[in-house]
Design a protein around this ligand. Sequence first.
Ligand code: NPW
Ligand code: K
Length: 463
Amino acid sequence: MTQAADQILTVAQMQAAEQALIDNGETVESLMERAGAGAADWIWRLAAGRPVTILCGPGNNGGDGYVIARVLQERGLSISVVAPMEPGSEAAKTARDTWGGQPVDTAHGEVFVDCLFGTGQSRPLSNELVGTMRTLAASHNLRVAVDLPSGVDSDSGALLNDNLPEYTLTIALGAWKRAHWLMPAMAVMGERRLFDIGVGPVEDAIQLARRPGLSPPDADAHKYSRGLVGIAGGDMAGAGILAARAAQHGGAGYVKLSSPHSHPDLPADLVHDDSGDIASLVSDERMGALLIGPGLGQTDTARRKLTEVLKSGIALVLDADALTLLRPEMEIAFPGTVLATPHEGELDRLCKAFGIVAEGKLAKAAALHESTGMTVLAKGPDNVLVGNEGTRFFPPTSSWLSAAGTGDVLAGLAASRMAGGRSAFHAAEEAVQIHAEAARIAGPAFSAVELVNAIPAAYAQFL
Ligand SMILES: NC(=O)C1=CN([C@@H]2O[C@H](COP(=O)(O)OP(=O)(O)OC[C@H]3O[C@@H](n4cnc5c(N)ncnc54)[C@H](OP(=O)(O)O)[C@@H]3O)[C@@H](O)[C@H]2O)[C@@H](O)CC1
Ligand SMILES: [K+]
């Protein structure tokens, strides 16, 4: 069932949801009062008695600021309001009048509250406005963005100005907006919290990924019932081994690595076919899912392997070199059972190969899914998953994942979940979160092998 708290809205969806509340008897003023009071509660806790400076803009985000000023002043905090523009909307004018105070030109408090623009941000800030905001942000130790940081485009997560402040806390009002979960905006927001004002479920809204609910193997499980994963490796041995190790820890009962190398130090518990013969791998009828790409290379042999694998009808994860080699003319037996896991560069290359012109990660991933039928996980510091089941965003992951080999680990995990019976979409949804949890457990400055070693402890968190 759709959880309103997990839905992520566009500005248009938010406006329609607001209108639905108004049709049910709310007013903009009553919603603003609730939203402002809710934000004030968070700021009250953060401020802990310290003076607060609120920057108010001309729209309803500024209106929220005047409500916050009044509520916090009534509780005894020292409040300064800086208002470079007069209130323009009726609700903002009412909120300012009800506050009844006098704005100041500048202030030096401890907590800066940005109520300049929210979802109505329609263009970059003027130099003067951005200068005021930067100066205030720099002279306060704690910084709170109400609904969104000013200068952020709500629907794309783009930053419309350079050198925007970084926030301690961002309080989303009514519902999450896309920018709360997309880079680069997500990176300046600090902690993010949602304050509910009664918005109901919105049809077709993007959802936040659900926390995986994993279970131990059934009492009568055997290695094949838990899933057999094949890894079709190639020229570079290491990536295939990493992916295979990750797949071993991702729930599958049996992992078979096929790559044309002999590895004296391969783990004894990993089955390795050093002929690298793709025909024998795809003809194994017990195969639950196959991963191709990590360490595959981009030779003619690699292309031939990819072509065979795509035709096999086995559930697939395509990553790394497989994504660079993929072309529209290659026949994919069942695109609905294929997961592609491109990083930003691979996503761009795929879009080019498939003649897709789109702006931004979400639009590119959606267009690629539309054009190929594959489920697309556009991975990176923000993860965007698009498939027949819908679109999912994810909480931010550890920035220590920016290390070689971590993508191979993610692909191996996804293949493991697929071999265990998950759809491409749900396998990706689980893999991203197990991977993120493993990174959290691995701590700082881990290598990809150390990330793999943290997977069992991550898995345990979801049992
Ligand atoms: N939805 C809900 O249920 C609730 C929403 N609430 C709150 O309302 C916020 C949305 O309010 P909003 O629509 O009035 O937009 P907001 O961001 O305040 O600014 C719009 C004004 O700014 C102007 N403007 C834009 N860019 C500019 C620029 N660069 N430089 C200069 N001016 C610029 C723009 O002018 P225009 O583009 O028309 O020229 C317009 O006048 C939302 O984020 C939340 O905080 C809650 O109170 C209650 C429940
Ligand atoms: K704001």
